[in-house]
Ligand binder design. Structure first.
Ligand code: AMP
Length: 304
């Protein structure tokens, strides 16, 4: 079953306590797609970039097997989405230094006619109006899952609440779940979000793992334990988690609780490769064999 994703394709500048990376390949859609492509094909991208999108970034995406880039619009007169962030000493927390919306302030990208049979939709982090607009083009979808971020909770809350009424699942990190609900406990916050529309919520807790709250139960898994030197840049880990999760669910073709539970494990393992390098490099340098080996290690560590 083809999996379609929309979100940002961005130029990221990242500062960590020990290193800096300027203008690396990023964006929620790019991380998601690169991660999902390990598990399923095709991954159909709907997004837009500007004339300033570096050729090197294009080559990186083009090098990933299983990605369909037909829905990637290049707008020569526009600016690519750009984001800058700085991590604090423990690498669990970061601050956004700048967000330049660029193409996100323009009309949403067109969906190619060849994507019309997409049944699985992932709305990676983007303006909730763009997410909703895309969703409305797929009335026959089987599963729609979204992600969001502090910026949109702050500036587009009403649009976000409208989106929640249409999606099946939400993947969100713990601080954003709290920002949205004023509830610090992730399970209670997830239940409050379920009241807003989605039927399941996955709350990501960084190095403390993730928890799924679903009508059929709760599942919780730790993060894959990495040593200090293995955590180079956490940017995109959340999107990669979502890509691993959705890619696995798409490959299975079933959406029950147990599939989602295993999907969380694959999401966790896939995301762990993003942490090892800046930008998409960690994922691009990884093989399916390395992923499977790490999954076996994770099964032993988490006893699943
Ligand atoms: P994550 O670390 O999983 O939260 O994802 C970070 C990625 O999301 C970076 O590559 C950014 O380019 C992108 N990003 C940052 N802010 C936003 C935003 N407000 N909307 C969409 N994408 C964003």
């Amino acid at each position: 079953m083809p999996l379609l994703v929309t979100g940002t394709i961005g130029i990221d500048t990242v500062h960590t306590p020990t290193a800096n990376a300027e203008e690396v390949s990023g964006g929620s859609c790019a991380y998601f797609a690169a991660a999902a492509a390990f598990h399923h094909s095709p991954i159909r991208i709907v997004g837009a970039v500007g004339g300033d999108w570096p050729e090197g970034h294009a080559h990186l995406l083009e090098s990933i097997d299983g990605l369909c880039l037909e829905g990637l619009e290049r707008r020569s007169e526009s600016k690519t989405f750009a984001w800058g962030g700085r991590y604090f000493d423990n690498m669990n927390q970061r601050e956004t230094l700048f967000t330049e919306l660029g193409v996100l302030e323009e009309a949403p990208p067109e969906v190619p006619a060849s994507y019309a049979d997409s049944r699985l939709i992932f709305l990676a982090n983007s303006h909730p109006s763009v997410q909703l607009d895309l969703l409305n083009k797929f009335p026959n979808r089987k599963l729609a899952v979204a992600d969001t971020m502090d910026l949109w909770i702050n500036i587009a809350r009403d649009e976000l609440l409208a989106l929640f009424k249409e999606i099946d699942g939400l993947i969100i990190n713990d601080s954003e779940a709290t920002q949205l609900t004023d509830i610090t406990n992730p399970i209670t916050a997830a239940r409050a979000i379920i009241e807003m529309g989605p039927s399941f919520v996955i709350v990501k807790k960084g190095e403390h793992g993730a928890v799924l709250v679903h009508a059929d139960g709760i599942a919780a898994l730790p993060a894959f334990p990495l040593e200090e030197e293995q955590v180079v840049d956490p940017t995109g880990a959340g999107d990669s988690f979502a890509g691993g999760f959705m890619g696995y669910v798409a490959a299975k073709g079933t959406m029950d609780f147990s599939t989602m539970q295993t999907g969380i494990a694959w999401g966790t393992v896939t995301a762990s490769f993003t942490l090892g390098s800046f930008g998409l490099d960690g994922l691009v340098a990884t093989s399916r064999e390395a992923l499977e080996t790490r999954m076996q290690e994770f099964r032993q560590i988490a006893r699943i």
